[in-house]
Design a protein around this ligand. Structure first.
Ligand SMILES: [Zn+2]
Length: 411
């Protein structure tokens, strides 16, 4: 039985073919698939109008897509008086994508179907991110184990999407901050290792795209997505497109040098927002406060060395005053950075995502009050603020969407 992988192989043959007819057919197939991706149920008449193509021609292409099992026949439905058109929709089981989200202290691995539904999700798999070959091998072993456990899906997995912190150029597949010790780009290394097409993207940009396509974004086209985690990143969507910059380095929000401090950031500079308000900085501030004798419920629950920002958020939600104060101070500083972005971008929507967003109003209120202090009133009243709806799933969904669009050559 044919599936997404057969379709992709034939598509690339048609696109390289000398024949204009084959090439046009590939374009129309992609256009129709893209429409089916955006719409739950479609009719031939609708597709004909959308693609400006005759009904018989659309019928042919729909038959081809049915033959590849990429779409299914949903049957007839009565609309209005007496009209009973036939509906078609994506077939969730046409193919699968594997998503790997690499964090500093854990990895999330997921299997996503063709309709972008999560089929399997292994969250918080223990992992310590280091820029070493051993660490890269450990990551590959985790992917191997995941694939072994999902062996029944493996023949239908069409590609691998991986997100990682730091500077990533998704076009070339190079990751510059981590695992950059091969001559070839990281995407090529993974592609050879796992035998499937691979898409590598910056973690925050993948989350932003996931949230944009499947999360809390409605009709907004100009959106900033904040990833408040161990580090601080920003995904920028302008006019409905994910903005990566010339080489994929856009959105280094955490490295805005807006503080006059002597703390050296991991980027090598001083005064970055990350040195004051990232999850890693908040953990450092907690350690300092504990050393000075401030009490917190965390010292009763956790070994001090094991405390991560997630524990601080949990403690704040349990009314721990030190953790509430630390989050409030961080929110104030993050708000100062967002104020700069509002003045520059005038976005319709700012989404607060990442681990710190779990703190809810404990982080949002200080952010908003700081924005009022630091940005132009006319500009900030134009912008709505929302929390991420996909939460920890934004990245695995986002990267598989980007991978799917790349494989199918659609936006
Ligand atoms: Zn920095």
């Amino acid at each position: 039985m044919k599936d997404l992988k057969n379709f992709l192989a034939d598509l690339s043959e048609k696109e390289q073919s000398e024949s204009g007819v084959q090439y046009k057919n590939a374009l129309l197939q992609k256009e129709i698939l893209a429409y089916c991706i955006r719409n739950e149920k479609v009719t031939i008449a609708e597709l004909s109008q959308y693609t400006n193509t005759s009904v018989p021609k659309v019928n042919d292409v729909v038959s081809e897509l049915l033959d590849y099992n990429l779409i299914t026949d949903l049957g007839k439905e009565i609309i209005g008086v007496g009209r009973k058109p036939n509906f078609y929709g994506l077939n969730a089981e046409a193919g699968y994508f594997m998503s790997v989200e690499v964090h500093r202290h854990h990895v999330n691995l997921a299997l996503i179907n063709f309709k972008e539904e999560i089929v399997v999700l292994n969250e918080n798999v223990p992992f310590q991110l280091q820029n070493t070959k051993t660490c890269f091998e450990e990551l590959c072993s985790l992917i191997d184990s995941f694939l072994n456990a999902q062996h029944q899906y493996v023949p239908k997995i069409a590609g691998l999407g991986l997100t990682i912190t730091g500077r990533v150029n998704h076009k070339t597949g190079y990751s510059y901050s981590f695992f950059n010790f091969h001559e070839e780009p990281l995407s090529k290394i993974l592609e050879k290792r796992f035998g499937m097409p691979t898409y590598v993207e910056n973690d925050t940009r993948a989350m932003a795209f996931g949230e944009y396509a499947k999360g809390c974004v409605g009709d907004e086209k100009n959106v900033l997505f904040l990833n408040l985690n161990e580090g601080i990143g920003m995904g920028i969507i302008i006019g409905g497109d994910l903005y990566s910059g010339k080489s994929g380095f856009a959105g280094e929000f955490g490295h805005l040098a807006i503080f006059n401090n002597e703390i050296i950031c991991h980027c090598g500079k001083k005064g970055c927002l990350e040195t004051e308000a990232s999850g890693a900085a908040i953990v450092q501030q907690l350690h300092q406060a504990i050393r000075k004798g401030t009490s917190t419920i965390l010292t009763e629950q956790e070994c001090i060395d094991d405390i991560q920002v997630g524990h601080i958020v949990d403690a704040a939600l349990k009314d721990d005053s030190l953790c509430i104060e630390l989050l409030s101070a961080a929110g104030e500083k993050i708000g100062k950075g967002i104020a700069l972005m509002l003045n520059l971008f005038n976005p319709e929507l700012v989404i607060i995502g990442g681990e710190l967003s779990r703190a809810g109003s404990l982080i949002l209120l200080p952010i908003l009050s700081s924005i009022n202090k630091h940005s132009l009133n006319l500009v900030n009243t134009d912008t709505e603020f929302k929390f991420s709806r996909l939460g920890t799933k934004a990245g695995v969904i986002g990267v598989s969407l980007l991978l799917r669009n790349e494989l199918l050559g659609i936006d």
